[in-house]
Design a protein around this ligand. Structure first.
Ligand code: NAD
Length: 288
């Protein structure tokens, strides 16, 4: 990096807390180096309290932009000048682009999800999806899938603090896209089984399967899955989750963890900042 940075280097941030564990700096800085682009990507520990000052700094320091993550993805919205239509519907931002002082917010998680399927030659447009979890990731996935042409989404969520968001997301899909969404409580196990049975894709965006729930899955019976469907877990640590083990036992051909989604959400942000295509094959080998 020392050979790359000079007086013209443009800064891109990642504003979240906790965040030191993130793979994003390695992902983006390696891609900048590989393509000879004069940018640097740095992490800043920013909570809700420091967020206004941090967003002002994007303008003051003429940074090219920033990623934002928990706990700032919703809180950042009113601090920006413009929102990409998908980010507005999702109600969250993970990428900010600074065009000469005008800050625009985007959400690339859903784009990453859809791109990871496209990379595997899978097209879920016109199909039905069952989605577990309507928190940050679930909302981005559901709304992006609906915008991209998925025809039906059955959303299953707990009656917890994210229930209101699940209701809002379901209404948004029905009012603002051509997709039909229905919300169920995850305790409705018969409906859960039936909706998965009639779906081309089942996606778990709950984090069940990740620490401290590593040995858990919302679907434990392989009979709930068909060989010709897609089973997608947004979790990427561990690499093989309990849900994926169940899908493998059912002989499901297309089983995903969250790595490709993570890579592609980064690639989409990279493209927004630089206009260049991230060398994803190179980064995949480097990181995974
Ligand atoms: P969140 O807290 O915003 O939402 C969590 C959702 O899961 C909520 O709908 C909640 O009701 C549900 N949930 C939590 N525990 C549950 C349980 N025991 N049973 C049933 N439902 C439960 O979290 P998030 O930011 O949406 O993240 C969710 C998962 O997605 C995490 O595992 C995260 O690592 C993953 N994720 C992956 C990527 C990627 O690029 N691969 C990106 C973002 C998030």
């Amino acid at each position: 990096m020392k050979d790359r940075l000079d007086g013209h280097t443009l800064l891109i941030g990642l504003m979240a807390d906790p965040i030191r564990h993130s793979l994003s700096p390695t992902m983006h800085n390696s891609a900048f180096a590989k393509l000879g682009l004069n940018y640097a990507y740095l992490v800043f520990e920013i909570d809700n309290e420091k967020l206004t000052g941090a967003v002002d700094a994007i303008r003051t320091l003429e940074m090219r932009g920033s990623n934002v993550s928990m706990p700032n993805k919703q809180k950042v919205l009113p601090l920006l000048d413009k929102l990409d239509p998908a980010a507005e519907l999702i109600g969250a931002v993970n990428t900010i682009v600074n065009d000469h002082g005008v800050l625009t917010g985007y959400t690339t998680d859903g784009i990453g999800f859809m791109q990871s399927l496209a990379n595997a030659g899978l097209d879920i447009r016109g199909e039905k999806m069952t989605l577990a979890g309507a928190g940050g990731a679930g909302t981005a996935i559901g709304i992006q899938a609906a915008l991209d042409g998925v025809k039906e989404i059955s959303i299953f969520n707990r009656h917890d603090q994210t229930w209101k968001n699940a209701q809002r997301m379901t209404a948004t899909i029905n009012q603002k896209t051509d997709c039909h969404a229905v919300l169920f409580e995850i305790t409705e196990q018969n409906a859960f089984k039936q909706e998965i049975a009639s779906s081309m894709i089942y996606c778990d965006a709950t984090g069940v399967g990740m620490k401290p729930l590593e040995d858990k899955t919302l679907v434990s019976d392989p009979a709930w899955f068909r060989k010709d469907m897609i089973v997608y877990d947004t979790v990427y640590a561990p690499r093989v989750t309990k849900l994926m083990t169940v899908a493998h036992a059912a002989g499901v051909k297309h089983v995903f963890n969250g790595l490709e989604m993570m890579l592609e959400q980064g690639a989409a942000a990279f493209n927004l900042w630089t206009g260049a295509k991230m060398p994803v094959d190179y980064i995949r080998k480097l990181l995974f």
